[in-house]
Design a protein around this ligand. Structure first.
Ligand SMILES: *Cc1c(COP(=O)(O)O)cnc(C)c1O
Length: 383
């Protein structure tokens, strides 16, 4: 045991053996390969003798990492040339203010207005923050159906003078997902802003239907700390004069996401995840895997009287699957035994109760099967 590498290697092997299936809604599981590569590169990135964390963001090394990360994201999501990819900070909740500050004056500088389709807790939070910056029109809401469905597009009461329509395209807490962004006159100039925090890169994007997409990275991309904004170029330059410069999309775009020091390490990890995604076969391949994972779990829930999911099958999320035990007095036992079986973070959001399995890109199919096996066994023993 006098090889100096041995303790480190043994530590790595022990840590690998300790890995569990982590169903956390966010910050969420990352691919093991990515974590291993980051560990290998931690002390010295590509022979530089420094960690990415310790590099100047102006160094040619980091500029290279940033450029490649942007290019890979553009390739993975087929982002058109006339859209800009920005890396900011502040998370999606920060964007709840940053979006109206950048965009709400698009039609009327003096009477800023935005339309909202409210499909769950996150769209509620966003529209409430937006009210600080202008008028909000609730075009449709499924609150009266406890956010178990998406209002039919024929019932959306959109206004003609709103700067944009806001959608939360995957409601992380409630488990509702838009499987298609409807045609609501985007080709006539209507602007759709999508909070895609919890399903970005899980499926392709139709860029004729979405003009601004944003999301925090910590669900499906990487560590918390970097916020991604993808915005059509002509929508830059409409910011309120009081919009902080570091959050002014036009300034950030002009400086290639380097107006201020970007969250360098989070961007680097996101870049490793993008490479991993490309090795998986890109977004179409990961989408197929996500469909299979979600189908296995929903099929299991649907055939059971012991568990249930309450979401309209047309808009069930592939990423976040809330479910309830018929006998809620068993909730604690369920969570405890799940933990004992290496299945973590299954407790539902406190506003919904019950359970929630978040099965993002990095959750392997085996993790979903392990969950189903555990649930079947828990049901059998309880019966
Ligand atoms: C997690 C989440 C947010 C909040 O993200 P923060 O990084 O905490 O700001 C907003 N919207 C959606 C859809 C989310 O899943």
């Amino acid at each position: 045991m006098n090889d100096p590498q041995t303790p480190a290697l043994a530590g790595m092997q022990r840590a690998l053996a300790e890995r569990v299936f982590n169903f956390s809604p966010g910050p969420a599981a990352l691919p093991v390969e990515v974590l291993q590569q980051a560990a290998e590169e931690m002390l010295s990135w590509h022979g530089t003798g420094v960690s990415v964390m310790e590099m100047s963001h102006r160094s040619k090394e980091f500029e290279g990492i940033l450029a490649e990360t942007v290019a890979d994201l553009r390739e993975l999501l087929h982002v058109p040339k006339n859209f800009r990819i920005l890396f900011l900070q502040g998370g999606a909740i920060g964007e709840n203010a940053i979006v109206p500050l950048n965009l709400m004056r698009l039609r009327h500088a003096e009477q800023p207005k935005a339309d909202f389709v409210v499909t769950g807790a996150w769209s509620v939070k966003t529209e409430q923050e937006t009210r600080r910056y202008g008028e909000v029109n609730i075009a449709a809401s499924s609150a009266d159906r406890k956010f178990t469905e998406i209002p039919a597009v024929t019932d959306w009461k959109l206004s003609d003078d709103a700067a944009y329509v806001h959608l939360c395209t995957n409601e992380t807490i409630g488990g509702v997902e838009f499987h298609e962004i409807p045609d609501i006159g985007q080709d006539q100039g209507r602007v759709v802003v999508a909070d895609a925090s919890s399903h970005i890169l899980s499926r392709p994007v139709d860029w004729s239907r979405v003009q601004v997409m944003y999301g925090g990275a910590q669900k499906n991309i990487g560590p918390a700390g970097v916020t991604i904004v993808i915005v059509r170029e002509d929508l830059l330059g409409h910011a309120h004069p009081l919009c902080p410069s570091a959050f002014n999309w036009r300034l950030v775009a002009e400086h290639g996401s380097m107006y201020n020091t970007p969250p360098t390490y989070a961007i680097y990890i996101a870049g490793l995840v993008f490479k991993w995604l490309k090795r998986q076969g890109g977004v179409p391949a990961i989408e197929q895997r996500n469909i299979a994972k979600a189908k296995a779990l929903y099929d299991f829930l649907d055939q059971s009287d012991f568990y249930r999911n309450e979401i309209d099958p047309h808009c069930r999320s592939r990423m976040n699957v809330p479910f309830f035990l018929a006998d809620e007095t068993r909730n604690e036992a369920f969570l405890q035994q799940a933990r004992a079986n290496g299945l973590l973070q299954l407790k539902g959001h406190k506003s919904v109760g019950g359970m929630r399995a978040s099965i993002y890109n990095a959750m392997p199919v085996e993790g979903v099967y392990a969950l189903i096996d555990f649930m079947r066994e828990f049901e059998r023993i309880a019966a």
